[in-house]
Design a protein. Structure first.
Length: 65
């Protein structure tokens, strides 16, 4: 599984930390990190992350399936 650089770039551009993303999504920091870095698979979490970053799901995650 390839870590998703798109999410990391979006977080930097939007000045959102993993802690802030955790508060926005309701997921723990370790779980979010695992999703973003490809250690865990959760389509639901990916959709929630997409919504929190105001981006289309496929735009961010299409390359990781």
């Amino acid at each position: 599984m390839i870590p998703n650089k798109k999410v990391k770039i979006l977080m930097i551009r939007q000045d959102v930390t993993i802690t802030e993303l955790s508060k926005l999504t309701g997921y723990s920091r370790p779980h979010l990190s695992g999703i973003i870095n490809g250690r865990y698979e959760s389509e639901r979490a990916k959709k929630v992350i997409s919504l929190a970053l105001n981006k289309d799901f496929k735009e961010i995650w299409d390359n990781t399936k």
